[in-house]
Design a protein around this ligand. Sequence first.
Ligand code: ADP
Ligand code: ZN
Length: 712
Amino acid sequence: MEVDMNLIQAKEALKKYFGYDTFRPMQAEIIQQLVDGSDALVLMPTGGGKSICFQIPALIMEGTCIVVSPLISLMKDQVEGLRSNGVRASYLNSSLRITEQRAVEEEFMSQSLDLLYVSPEKLLSSDFIRLLRLAKISLFAIDEAHCISSWGHDFRPEYTQLGYLKKEFPATPLVALTATADKLTRKDIMKQLGLKGVKPFIASFDRPNLFLESRPGQKRIEQILEFIKGHRDQAGIIYCLSRKSTEDLADKLKARGYKAVAYHAGLPDGIRSTVQEDFINDRELIICATIAFGMGIDKSNVRWVIHYNLPKNLEGYYQEIGRSGRDGLKSDTLLFHSYRDYTVLQDILKQNEAKNTDVQLLKLEQMYNYATASVCRRRILLNYFNELSTENCGNCDVCLNPPVRIDGTEIAQKALSAIARTGEQVAMTMCIDILRASGRHELVSKGFDRIKTYGAGRDISYPAWRFYIEQLLQMGLLDIALDDHQKLKLTEASKQTLFEGEVVSLVEWAEAKKVKTKKEEQPKSQADELFERLRKLRLSEARKRSIPPYLVFSDASIRDMVEKRPTSDSEMRTVQGVGDRKLQLYGDIFMDEIRSYLKEKAASGSTIKGASQLLSLEAFQAGQSPEEIAARRDITPGTVIAHLLSYYEKGEDLDLSSLISGETLSAILKVLPNQEEPYRMKNIFEELEGRYSYDQIKIALAYFYREVAGKE
Ligand code: ADP
Ligand code: ZN
């Protein structure tokens, strides 16, 4: 793509305000198009980086960008986020008092806003329309644009009025953004907003940082406890099917000392918003919720999502897991499935008797197939969303633990025969108890201990039997009678296996079906220690300012800091997500913490990158000479000088005059024009006939590169 002046400006703004070095795919093209005065339609997954697409134009174009968003609860967070980056933003909606609204309107009219977020109601009020006509507008951004379509899952009637914008302000660019990509919705958005001939930008819906995992839903509580043990102090969401189960689960987790709380539509408004606020501010870490939770959550550091039950369709599932890892860092998702979940949902759908029950049943089936699949899960998802994918992802449970297939004919025959011999009068648990000869009272009282297959499957564990019987259900070799106490029933196909020896292929049960991620296996490293310290600092800074911790720094920024361990402004500036404003607000506080960490490490004798350098620097700044420092620390003066120069080169204020005299410096600099670049210390040393040491030449060269070379 041609490098346009606008794009350079856009990149500068990206660094200055948001602290990022590069645009994500499509962002630059979209920005260019808007700055050039054209409209755009943007389809990107949650967390894909839609906001930057209008925030950067808002910053580099003249006037105010009007952002229309239906999510009033989000506006405050979004505006706070922008302000924490030094962007001039405000919002207008019904949650503000009249006096507050007036103040914002004044800001707007005096051209002191780069962005103004408004609810559709506010936008369409006659008062506000009057202001719009008088103000200088850079562009309109319609967020959550799918709300315009009655096809979509989140229709908002007010949105249908937005077509007015293009009619009234034909010359002002308009961008519509959504994470919903289906064709009907897309067409509706274009038509209703009057975006004629606009080619939509469709980003990949892949979220490669999300680990995808699906497990049989046995002993879910135990599995969840095990899972969250590996995610201590990390925020996550557990989606449940019913209101009651959210409460039960939250109680169970609380009883075990976890910060967990339930959220569902049946709770009073006040409680719901408190729960939401607590989650955003890291006061609550685990939310057990129905699917009512999440729409108004912009939290970038949700680290994991669990589905306690099978979701109804892949759209919902993908949106829900998409709430984790918005910051692009690795996040874990875990889905539980069982054949029973599947049939229960089927039943619910059938009873609803909606017009499109068939479609919904089909979607449910696709969901179940995904959950129980033995091919790469990401491939299934991407193909489902019409993005052709032919490669295994390497970041799902199937890719990491490819299932092993075995000849399961005998296993199947044992199970089917046990069921047949009870007269098809048992459910899953009893069936397995018979196979494993449990000898429990109910079993014996019914005489099941006398049937021929009693104990025929003793060598297979209980969970393994469940795993196999689930597969028989999936393959249609068994059925489940929902209207008769979940009893297992034989089918036509089971007879072929039972009596005609039809071969059955099964996925082998692997005892620890848990996929160990690399992170969990590692012992707590030094990096984790610094991460924890910086995270604590972030929390206390956030509390001081009454903002959510992720608005101080995202997890991604903290990770990058741990990696780079910046101790100077210029180094801090290279950390992802550190723009001018954050550097100014938090730079010193965080660097102080990093310095004391490094010093503690150095003092305790651990060889950690940067620690020794820092000790040299501090001693030097306290007035000690390189020789003194070297003697005290048992290193050579040359090493100390190298330490000091590493800071000097990074732009640290460092008085070289105590290291090299003015005459020596100019004597060395004088010979440089005779030398060939790149300069070699040895050649300089020889030309000066050994009058000056290598250390002195090193210092002079550092001075030359910082003070002379760049400024010529
Ligand atoms: P969406 O609105 O599409 O859900 P956001 O705009 O909230 O996504 O962006 C998701 C995350 O990605 C945010 O934390 C944002 O700061 C970050 N992000 C966006 N663009 C970039 C970029 N070019 N480089 C690095 N991070 C980015
Ligand atoms: Zn995969």
